[in-house]
Design a protein around this ligand. Structure first.
Ligand code: FAD
Length: 316
């Protein structure tokens, strides 16, 4: 998993998607349609989220295994400190490495809504602790793995992390994660391209040299944008909320949302972003439309107008 150089150097743009483990059989069937569609775009990797409560651990591991054995995709496994002790995490990391996973997104995890509660004995506190644990497990298994073979990603925040005292503190934390062994960062959602650009400038000045990949969500649903704003503490752009609120049907909402997402992603690429990470919500249609408009669909992928599979991409 490597991020490439900025657009200005005409290097390929890294492309990745986020998926979450399905909650039931119907959701699983829909997810696999999405996976097959996304696979045709030849992404650099697909990431699989992990519920900080640990509740979806088995479905996450199953999905990662199926991605490895049934597709050509490279999975990036999210892991969280919240909900697991260090020993449990070491076991999960070993299991993932045994199955062939070579990319881990090391996260602190969302805190439970009722509050963090008493930390369990042996629980890790910060993403930085988890990065160090992954590197230790990797080291112990160096007979199997070359050191540094596991790519470790971390979260970065264009808008201040809700628990952080300042954006300067966020950059210090990112630098600490790099020093502990992070290879790249993916950002939380953001609604203003300036926030991404400023984060990169501040991070580079502080000594952060790892690629910082903008995480972009197709902004096609008012409800989802608002909910994400609540969950992440990132204030959605009022103009977008107005425009989505005025859209009178699904098609109009989609047109407004795709256009706003394309503008945001294009501005991040113009600012030198080395790639785009799309939060898909397990749906491919809007994600692929965004990439099509950004002209980021890879060779080998049929032209959008010629595909109707899954009923998602409309004939031109
Ligand atoms: P950290 O980097 O540990 O930071 C957490 C807080 O502690 C911050 O306020 C930070 O400022 C502070 N902090 C960190 N280190 C120190 C230190 N050494 N000293 C003092 N303060 C410190 N959540 C899930 O539960 N599951 C997922 O699958 C998931 N996927 C995500 C994917 C992406 C790309 C992103 C951006 C977020 C994801 N999240 C996920 C959400 C994430 O877990 C939350 O944003 C969480 O609140 C913080 O995680 P972190 O890894 O940034 O934590």
């Amino acid at each position: 998993i490597q991020a490439s150089a900025p657009l200005t150097q005409s290097a390929p743009i890294a492309l990745s998607y986020e998926l979450f483990p399905p909650r039931n059989a119907a959701a699983e069937a829909g997810l696999w349609d999405t996976i097959r569609e996304l696979e045709t775009t030849n992404p650099d990797y697909v990431s699989v989220t992990y519920g900080a409560s640990g509740s979806n651990r088995d479905t996450a591991v199953d999905l990662l295994n199926r991605l490895l054995t049934e597709t050509s995709l490279r999975p990036l496994a999210h892991l969280t400190c919240v909900g697991n002790t260090a020993d449990e995490l070491a076991e999960i990391i070993s299991e993932l490495l045994d199955h062939g996973v070579r990319g881990i997104l090391a996260l602190r995890g969302d805190l439970p809504q009722e509050g963090p509660g008493e930390p369990r004995p042996g629980q890790l506190h910060y993403a930085q602790d988890l990065i160090e644990l992954v590197r230790r497990v990797e080291q112990r298994r160096s007979a199997l793995l070359c050191a540094g073979k596991v790519a470790i990603g971390v979260a970065a925040y264009p808008a201040r992390h809700p628990e952080s005292p300042s954006i300067e503190h966020d950059v210090e934390v990112l630098l600490a994660k790099q020093r502990s062994g992070a290879d790249f960062a993916i950002t939380q959602v953001f609604f203003h391209a300036d926030q991404y650009r400023d984060l990169v400038v501040r991070a580079r000045r502080a000594g952060v040299s790892i690629p910082i990949i903008p995480g972009v969500m197709p902004l096609t649903s008012l409800r989802r944008v608002q909910r994400l704003g609540d969950l992440t503490g990132v204030e959605p752009c009022p103009d977008l909320i107005d425009a989505l609120g005025r859209a009178d049907d699904g098609a109009e909402s989609r047109r407004v949302g795709v256009s706003a997402t394309v503008d945001l992603a294009r501005a991040a690429l113009d600012a030198g972003a080395p790639g785009i990470h799309l939060y898909t919500f397990n749906e491919h249609a809007a994600a692929l439309e965004v990439l099509d408009k950004l002209e980021l669909l890879r060779p080998g992928r049929p032209a959008v107008g010629s595909r109707t599979a899954g009923g998602t991409l409309q004939p031109a």
